[in-house]
Design a protein around this ligand. Structure first.
Ligand SMILES: NC(=O)c1ccc[n+]([C@@H]2O[C@H](COP(=O)([O-])OP(=O)(O)OC[C@H]3O[C@@H](n4cnc5c(N)ncnc54)[C@H](O)[C@@H]3O)[C@@H](O)[C@H]2O)c1
Length: 250
């Protein structure tokens, strides 16, 4: 299938590693121009900056000469394991909400009116299965991802009449640095006989939670991101696409 994305301008926020990196590279391979923003600028197309710094994020967004599609892929956890939820004190929530949700709102405050004025384009927010199911892994992470889905739906209603689509991706388990941090947090405080290697922990977890029983790959998220930006997806807005081996079925 031809996606016909050549020459389109994509902004990918959170693209130095993992899913955001795969998405940026997939758009580059489609012949798009990609402008990235990340704490780590390890490629020529990435501007270094922290999404928790509103001025830096605003300067990046306002400095884009053109914008056709925005992808917000930054996501962080609290670094604690929420079994039960009071293991993550309320004081630890605001940093997670700021980066996973509020910074996405800031980027969209600039992208939305701009895309609406040009009457075309799309926005993709990277949420998580944790935002669909109230995952106990990390409650502030889970709640921030649920809020991102809800905000995506608000934005899809506002921007739809202007010809702009807004969707979310909910990845399952993708082997990225983020998932390794979740494993590290899960092992903290366990007596050594109960500790598991990342491979054992992840292998058992994926078989337990997903009918297809296998890991998701960042390239699968990237393929969906490119499809959603294309004309083939012109009637898809306000949707959360679960790419998770069947873990979530709604
Ligand atoms: N890996 C998974 O299994 C999984 C599952 C579901 C959802 N997700 C979501 O996918 C997205 C990408 O996650 P990933 O697994 O690729 O993680 P990752 O840690 O590999 O990548 C996150 C990127 O965001 C950047 N970043 C983090 N904080 C930042 C900040 N304050 N300012 C600027 N850049 C910042 C990092 O430098 C990194 O390049 C996240 O939103 C995450 O919540 C991941």
């Amino acid at each position: 299938m031809e996606l016909n994305l050549q020459g389109q301008q994509i902004a990918v926020i959170g693209c130095a590693s993992g899913i955001g990196r795969a998405i940026a590279e997939a758009f580059l391979a489609e012949g798009c121009e990609v402008a990235g923003f990340d704490r780590l600028a390890d490629a020529p197309f990435i501007t270094a900056g922290d999404v928790a710094d509103p001025a830096a994020l605003r300067a990046f967004m306002q400095g884009l000469p053109r914008l056709d599609h925005l992808v917000y892929a930054v996501g962080v956890g609290s670094g604690l394991t929420g079994f039960p939820y009071w293991n993550v004190p309320a004081e630890r929530w605001s940093a997670v909400l700021e980066i996973n949700l509020i910074a996405a709102v800031r980027a969209m405050e600039l992208a939305g009116p701009r895309l609406a004025a040009q009457g075309s384009g799309s926005i993709l927010l990277i949420s998580s299965v944790a935002g669909q199911i109230g995952s106990p892994t990390d409650p502030p992470y889970s709640a921030s991802k649920a809020a991102l889905i809800n905000f995506m739906q608000c934005a899809a209603r506002d921007l739809g009449p202007h010809g702009v689509r807004v969707n979310a991706l909910a990845p399952g388990m993708v082997d990225t640095p983020l998932n390794r941090r979740i494993w590290a947090a899960s092992q903290q405080g366990l007596p050594s006989p109960q500790q598991q290697s990342f491979e054992d922990w992840a292998g058992a977890k994926i078989k337990r939670i997903a009918p297809l029983g296998r890991w998701q790959e960042a390239s699968e998220m990237a393929a969906m991101a490119c499809f959603l930006a294309s004309e083939h997806a012109r009637n898809i807005t306000g949707q959360t696409l679960n790419i998770d081996g069947g873990q979530v079925m709604h």
